[in-house]
Design a protein around this ligand. Structure first.
Ligand SMILES: [Zn+2]
Ligand SMILES: [Zn+2]
Length: 139
């Protein structure tokens, strides 16, 4: 019989855990819940930009989440999609950066955003476009 005790490494920013220090260090560096993350998709993210986008969204949209029944559905939907569109444009449509902003932006209703915007779909489209761009460059 082999009995083993092993260290488990947990992300400081989200609930993920891993079996090795290296793989957790790599995850934390890019974790979309880490305010100082580096982006693996667009390479454009840095702590200053992340903070600026969230601060601007907070200033533009009043700094608070507003419950749906306080606004009425139409105004509520318009507000949430407006914030989401603002973020998406600011990060130049990078899906990982959009997800990171959704996670850290306190004015947003995260559940609503993740229902109306699909990370996987956006990431697939992003990768497809990156591949297409690479092909065009090679020709
Ligand atoms: Zn994490
Ligand atoms: Zn990015």
């Amino acid at each position: 019989m082999i009995r083993k005790k092993a260290w488990r490494y947990y992300c400081e920013h989200c609930k993920k855990s891993k079996g090795t220090r290296q793989s957790m260090e790599l995850h934390e560096e890019h974790c979309t819940a880490n305010p100082n993350r580096k982006c693996r998709m667009c390479y454009g993210a840095n702590a200053a930009r992340n903070k600026r986008i969230v601060d601007e969204a907070l200033a533009m949209f009043g700094g608070l989440t507003i419950p749906e029944d306080a606004l009425g559905w139409d105004a509520y939907e318009k507000r949430e999609t407006g914030i989401l569109a603002f973020i998406d444009a600011e990060v130049e449509h990078c899906p990982a950066c959009t997800l990171a902003a959704i996670r850290s932006c306190k004015v947003l209703n995260k559940e609503f955003c993740l229902l109306s915007w699909d990370y996987k779909e956006a990431a697939d489209a992003w990768h497809k476009e990156a591949l297409q761009n690479r092909r065009n460059e090679e020709q």
